[in-house]
Design a protein around this ligand. Sequence first.
Ligand code: DP6
Length: 344
Amino acid sequence: MKIPPAKTAVATPNIALIKYWGRRDSNLNLPFNSSLSMTLDYSLNTVTTVSFSDKIASHRMTIDGKVAPLDQRDEKLLKTGIVIDEMLRLGGYGKDMKVVIVSKNSFPGGAGIASSASGGAALVYALNESLDLELEPRELSILARKISGSACRSMFGGLVMWKRGRRKDGLDSYAEMIFDSSHWTDLVDVVAIVSEEKKSISSSEGHDITSSTSPLFKVRPKLAEHSISAAIDFVKRRDFQGLGEIVMRDSNNMHAAMMDSWPPIMYLRDPSREIIDGIEELNSDEGRIVAAYTFDAGPNPHILTQKSHLGKVETLLNKSRSVKKLLKSVTGRGPKITEEVLQL
Ligand code: DP6
């Protein structure tokens, strides 16, 4: 059988402006609500090379030089193996064909930037190219979703919406670009690294704990759909005031439901709260919202702002003793194929 050519893809993380939390189907990563995100630029990236062999017994993966076994020890890695097999089948390859994956992140592991989103997107993108599948972006997004929900949004650049869908098979639960990366070039995301500790509860576990135990979570699905329509309208008009408020409120709402879970899930730490206070103070001094915080499943804030206010935001973050590093990004363009080949 012909061995497919090795290919390398680059994909970037995304920051959720209206969050995905809670899954109506945890095998397929089908969410209770739609979500909206900003894809980050190439300064934060995952590069993934896939190559092939029919002489080895199983797929092999390394992430940042460490072996990542595609088995049940880790939910996302197990799902990665399932998606690889599905794509090989689509390409007409049998069980003998195995994939060797070498993946490298430009940002520190545990930085609160989901490497599973950029990693999942880069892998699916590279496999589509190697196996010559010519799948539509929507189909690629569905495959990436099955690895990690938020990965389906990293399949596109710009401002991206993941539609929740209603079908049991998930065929209507995929991401779509709403505005391309040139729509709002002034928008900046600053990630402040306050902790690089691994979180005690993974997002995969957290989704299910919250949706099955939190009474507050019940209001989230409907609220999130409303917030998405409003947020899209603010982005359309490049209205930072409106967008900033809704982004902060959605992050607070998700973290409230997390804390309302049993056992409670608390991803925010003292430095996170210190930065929330700092942003509140900055906005109140300015008399309007010039910066907005949002947190995924971790303590590191993402601060959205506009280029004209970036200086003030950086000064504020650099003042905090807990901030170890700032990572800045504008809206990114989405995955691409590169010539670089990563070796084991
Ligand atoms: C808080 O995409 O990591 O970042 O589907 O289980 O892989 P799985 O979850 P994951 O969850 C991310 C949740 C979030 C919010 C978001 O990105 O929308």
